[in-house]
Write a protein that binds this ligand. Structure first.
Ligand code: FEO
Length: 402
């Protein structure tokens, strides 16, 4: 396994995880990569490692270039185990006394990952480290997306090693944005943002402003997952997309997310979808059992209205509906219109429980919701259509320009 030169004397030495399909609950249909980078300077420097089980790939790629013992410095931009899992063994190989540069929180995390005597050196925001001909500046990016997260920036080349930010779960032999399909890779970047970074959207906006204020010249963005952004267009698309996704301005797009026991809630969902679509709003019908929760969140990211339907079971929500609401709430989507609906047999608590969740997410609830006992007949389906129309009108009003 060979390294790939990303620019003179700087190499990608990461690992490709072709077969992973579940990344701590996030569906990764096309695998992922754990990116690590080797800088050959007077001080040979490794930026990040890889998942523990794939360390052989990292070591093989490095060994194509140098004896790993020649590595002087290791930088850990992020301590989550997909990037630090191989750290202990890498240090064993290169010499445990060598410094591992990380943030203050990174030092704390790593000491609790390994409980061993690694030479962890905490760096401060803005601090610079000379590698010889080059210098690296550390940029603290706390909570993007862990308390320890930081970027490393190669000052002269303008290369930003951005940890998880700007990443995508996508396994490929190709390493750069100009080698893959633009729309496909932007989809993966959007899914990554929606499922990993969305809770921290206000911090992303602050970071983007800070990058502007610092006047950082960026010639390349090297995230810890997926392809490297090296084209002007790719870098600019990525920065603009992060701004847009973080602003969470509602779009004329609605989702009707539901589960059903005997197709009654489904009939209601279909009637709502038809009415929204007839109003010229982009709409999707999402049966939770046919979609992975992380794909649903990708759709939620740019939707202005979210309607949730659930049958009542054992006086509560259908379990799949609870699952998606819990997951969605944790990711803190903002600026959405919300509504609830559902059929029930005898007690019918689901709509009330959905509304409670929507309120907690601060969705704008435009209707108390529709609940109906057993099989919805014509009159109730026309009420569902009215709800769809109300949602469409509210969304048009909310997204009116000027
Ligand atoms: Fe790719 Fe937060 O780890």
């Amino acid at each position: 396994m060979k390294p790939i030169e990303i620019t003179k004397d700087i190499y990608w030495v990461g690992a490709i995880d072709w077969n992973i399909r579940d990344f701590h609950g996030y569906s990764v249909y096309e695998g992922t990569t754990y990116n690590a980078f080797l800088i050959l300077d007077e001080k040979v420097t490794l930026i990040d490692t890889v998942k523990e089980k794939l360390k052989y790939q990292l070591v093989e790629r490095i060994s194509h270039l140098i004896d790993p013992k020649r590595i002087d410095y290791v930088i850990s931009n992020h301590t989550e185990m997909d990037h630090s899992g191989a750290l202990e063994e890498v240090m064993e190989l290169i010499g445990r006394e060598k410094p591992v540069y990380c943030s203050q929180m990174g030092k704390k995390n790593l000491s609790m990952h390994f409980y061993s005597n690694l030479n962890l050196v905490a760096v401060k925001d803005g601090e610079e480290l000379s590698l010889g001909k080059r210098k690296i500046r550390f940029i603290e990016t706390r909570m993007l997306h862990w308390p320890d997260s930081m970027f490393s920036y190669l000052v002269d080349e303008g290369i930003l090693f951005s940890s998880d930010a700007f990443g995508q779960h996508y396994a490929s032999y190709e390493r750069f944005d100009d080698q893959v399909d633009e729309f496909m890779i932007m989809f993966h970047a959007k899914k990554y943002y929606a499922n990993i970074l969305l809770p921290y959207a206000p911090l992303v906006l602050k970071l983007l402003n800070r990058i502007d204020e610092m006047g950082l010249k960026i010639s390349m963005i090297c995230p810890d997952h997926g392809i490297i952004w090296r084209t002007k267009k790719g870098i600019s698309n990525m920065l603009n997309a992060y701004k847009e996704w973080s602003e969470q301005k509602p779009k004329r797009k609605a989702l009707v997310i539901y589960d059903t026991m005997w197709h009654s809630t489904e009939k209601m969902a279909e009637a709502i979808v038809e009415a929204i679509g007839e109003e010229g709003i982009s709409v999707k019908l999402i049966n939770i059992r046919k979609w992975h929760r992380s794909d649903i969140m990708t759709e939620v990211l740019d939707s202005g209205a979210i309607l949730i339907g659930s049958p009542t079971i054992n006086n509560g929500l259908f379990p799949t509906v609870s699952d998606i609401l819990t997951y969605m709430k944790g990711l803190r989507p903002k600026n959405k219109i919300g509504a609830a609906f559902g059929s029930y047999g005898w007690s019918g608590e689901a709509v009330k429980l959905i509304n409670k969740e929507l309120e907690e997410m601060k969705f704008e609830i435009i209707d108390p919701g529709i609940r109906f006992q057993f099989v919805p007949e014509k009159e109730i389906l026309s009420k569902c259509r009215e709800l769809g129309k109300r949602v469409a009108d509210a969304l048009k009003e909310k997204t009116k320009e000027g």
